[in-house]
Design a protein around this ligand. Structure first.
Ligand SMILES: [Fe+2]
Ligand SMILES: [Fe+2]
Length: 155
């Protein structure tokens, strides 16, 4: 069973690849599809980090707790930027600018998470990271299915 850091990294790569696809997208519909896919991925990913991963790291001490405070604030900003994008049409003049700000925020967050936060997580030991990985995979399927359902209801 893969440990949680590997699974989180895989999600990060997936989102960064979607961001690169956006650069190549030529029409509004393609852009919207990419933003929707990245949004669902990010909403599920951040929710699961906050449920399973961050609380465990927070317990590791004062410095760890500060890292998690910062990470949670960054999540908060990203979620806000995603909700604003969801309310915009991809042919609006500022859509691309709004997307770029969201992208920069996410990429900055990923960079810090994979260095400082992952370093802190390594201290928890392989066994715990593997157990968290199992929980992450189980919950992720459910959370994403729920998100798709509520999105369809809203449409
Ligand atoms: Fe992450
Ligand atoms: Fe995160």
């Amino acid at each position: 069973m893969p440990e949680i850091l590997k699974l989180l990294h895989e999600d990060h790569v997936k989102v960064k690849n979607l961001f690169k696809d956006f650069e190549k997208a030529e029409d509004a519909e393609t852009k919207k599809g990419i933003v929707d896919a990245a949004s669902i991925e990010l909403m599920a990913h951040t929710q699961l980090e906050e449920e399973l991963f961050y609380p465990a790291i927070r317990k590791e001490g004062e410095e760890a707790a500060m890292l998690i405070d910062e990470a949670e604030e960054e999540h908060h900003v990203v979620k806000f930027l995603i909700s604003e994008l969801a309310g915009m049409k991809p042919n609006m003049p500022r859509y691309d600018a709004q997307f770029m700000v969201m992208r920069e925020n996410v990429e900055h967050h990923i960079q810090e998470e994979e260095s400082a936060v992952f370093d802190q997580a390594e201290e928890m030991g392989r066994e715990r990271l593997e157990r968290m990985g199992e929980q992450f995979m189980e919950r992720k399927e459910k959370v994403q299915a729920e998100m798709m359902r509520s999105r369809r209801r809203a449409a």
